[in-house]
Design a protein around this ligand. Structure first.
Ligand code: DX5
Ligand code: ZN
Length: 236
């Protein structure tokens, strides 16, 4: 009995500690899912619906099997949007291309799987005045990002294989989110934990519970009739 009571007390204390380390939820609609023929209106509509950031996917046809937007379109978005822009580089040479975005975005994320020096690229992005994010694709083990988490402002745990919107959420990725949250607490770090892919009102509670605080959402914000309701549901 006493044992059970002390276990309960321990669990409560550890939950309370977890709670105190939680960051506010940020909803980042992914512009890749919008109607590109009306991009300015789509941005305004999502902002009015409560978007906290915009997530902009950049693809090169090499790192992923698709193309999306480039710096010119991203800059046009920056002229319309009033919230911070979060760029997700799904490209082989983030070290070469990040500077094309640095003037008008808040955060630049690149993938740990690409063939460039991760620590040097993170340093260069920070030196440009932007915050830096590191992304990890579903097949890559968490140990690959672990050595860099004290050098980044955000960890992006991909919850689908990068390249396409509208894919199904991969729940096994929550192990990485949990591992990241624990490491952050243990080492007294402060990076955001972002998830991207298949984030809809039904999967949002799973990622929030695991410890993610930045939720990227394409289809579930841009392909619905009531984006404000969707954003409220995602925020929880
Ligand atoms: C996928 C992109 C995502 C995508 C998410 O490679 O990184 O940002 O737009 O789309 P949904 O929310 O539809 O899965
Ligand atoms: Zn993305």
């Amino acid at each position: 009995m006493l044992d059970q009571q002390s276990k309960d007390a321990e669990r409560k204390a550890s939950n309370a500690e977890d709670e105190s380390n939680r960051k506010p939820i940020i909803i980042a609609p992914s512009v890749f899912a919008c109607d590109f023929s009306r991009i300015g209106e789509e941005i305004k509509r999502a902002e009015n619906a409560g978007a906290d950031w915009f997530h902009i996917d950049i693809m090169d046809g090499h790192f992923v099997d698709n193309f999306s937007l480039g710096p010119a379109v991203a800059e046009s978005i920056a002229k319309v949007a009033t919230v911070p822009l979060d760029v997700h580089l799904m490209i082989d040479r983030p070290d070469h291309f990040f500077s094309r975005f640095q003037r008008f975005v808040r955060n630049i994320t690149f993938h740990v799987e690409v063939p460039c020096d991760t620590a040097a690229t993170a340093r260069a992005i920070r030196a440009s005045g932007c915050t830096v994010g590191l992304a990890i694709s579903p097949p890559t083990p968490f140990t690959k990002v672990e050595p860099f988490l004290d050098q980044v402002d955000l960890l992006l745990v991909m919850t689908v294989n990068p390249g396409f919107g509208g894919q199904a959420f991969i729940p096994e990725m929550m192990e990485k989110v949990t591992a990241a949250r624990k490491l952050r607490d243990r080492q007294g770090l402060d990076f955001h934990i972002e998830v991207d892919g298949g984030i809809v009102p039904a999967t949002a509670p799973i990622v929030r519970e695991a410890g993610a605080n930045v939720l990227v959402a394409g289809t579930s914000v841009f392909h619905v009739t009531d984006p404000a309701k969707a954003i409220t549901q995602l925020r929880g």
